[in-house]
Design a protein around this ligand. Structure first.
Ligand code: ADP
Ligand code: MG
Length: 316
């Protein structure tokens, strides 16, 4: 079976928030220090992401929009040793097919960059341009797939998904500064932070963070950092976030282990799990939201161990 065949195929672009997710991941993979996201009309009119990452070399710009052409997976071994967020080389291709995309990019090693415009995946024009990093502007999302467009939820719901997605990457990457504008209004503007603790504080505020204890445990290249507490008031939204190797994921077994280990009625938590890349598989779901651990027993044991020392550990 070919490598491409081993890659769980499927639609990457379910809703505007999926586009935001893929573009932010690409900016992170490009080593950006700063990422700005602009949204208009809940992502249908425009999604623009500006980064100051390494950019794309002129000869690679068109390739980046072809399926699997730039896939970072070169052989079978790479499939289990993935450290960048992207690895299928199908996000830009899939997004381009259902929208109009303008890209302006310049690779750090070049004196001139490229500007190009695609409609439904077809290159319309391209010209040299001078810039720093990469700007990708998507307009008219789903213009050629009216059914998909019709099945989007309310603008309120789609906006909430965008904000949640954005926030997840802010939490996972404290060393990057992020800003988000929706319909010209600044929703979030977060300077770089030195620690995950500082970043969590920036995003959720001291009122919530003060109700959480911070704990950390490491063993055999496994590391868990956990903010945990009881949900303080009815008015607060439930906060339960899981990150594995800095990817936001959904993993019900981790949630239930936390419930069991900490014996809280309404647990609030953020858990950051770091495992050796070969011990985790993100290739289960097209949007990489699910994980499969080689040794989930170990993670569950470590969570239980953290709960045992509940009263001994302290806030950082
Ligand atoms: P993947 O991230 O899985 O490789 P994508 O379709 O998301 O596939 O992106 C294709 C390629 O385009 C990437 O591998 C990368 O080389 C390049 N690319 C995309 N976005 C950026 C960016 N913001 N900065 C630099 N390179 C980028
Ligand atoms: Mg990608």
């Amino acid at each position: 079976e070919s490598i491409v065949g081993k890659i769980a195929a499927g639609e990457v672009v379910e809703r505007p928030a999926s586009v935001v997710k893929e573009l932010i991941e690409n900016s992170i993979d490009a080593g950006a220090n700063s990422i700005s996201v602009y949204i208009k009309n809940f992502g249908i009119a425009e999604i623009k992401v500006i980064d100051d990452g390494e950019g794309i070399a002129s000869e690679d710009v068109l390739l980046a929009f072809q399926r699997h052409a730039t896939s970072k997976i070169k052989d079978d071994r790479d499939l289990i040793r993935i450290s960048s967020l992207g690895f299928r080389g199908e996000a830009l291709y899939s997004i381009a097919r259902v929208s109009k995309i303008k890209i302006i990019t310049q690779h750090i090693t070049e004196n001139t960059g490229t500007e190009a415009y695609f409609v439904a995946g077809t290159l319309k024009w391209q010209k040299p341009a001078v810039t720093k990093g990469t700007t990708i502007q998507i307009t008219d999302l789903f213009f050629n797939t009216p059914v998909r467009r019709k099945f989007l939820k309310s603008s309120y719901t789609e906006k909430a998904h965008i904000i949640e997605t954005f926030q997840n990457y802010c939490v996972a990457y404290p060393e990057i500064s992020f800003s988000l504008f929706i319909d010209e209004e600044e929703i979030l503007n977060i300077p770089r932070a030195d620690t995950i603790y500082e970043r969590v504080l920036q995003i959720f505020g001291s009122e919530i963070v003060e109700t959480l204890k911070f704990k950390t445990i490491s063993k055999d290249y496994y590391k868990i950092e956990l903010f945990i507490g009881e949900k303080p008031k009815e008015k607060y939204k439930k906060l339960q976030l899981i990150f594995v190797n800095r990817r936001p994921v959904r993993e019900q077994s981790i949630v239930s282990t936390i419930y069991k280990a900490f014996k809280l009625n309404y647990p609030q938590f953020l858990i950051f799990i770091t495992v050796p890349p070969q011990d985790v598989d993100f290739n289960v779901h097209p949007a990489k939201k699910e994980v499969r651990f080689r040794n989930c027993q170990k993670i569950h044991q470590l969570i239980f161990k953290m709960a045992e020392f509940q009263y001994k550990s302290s806030m950082v």
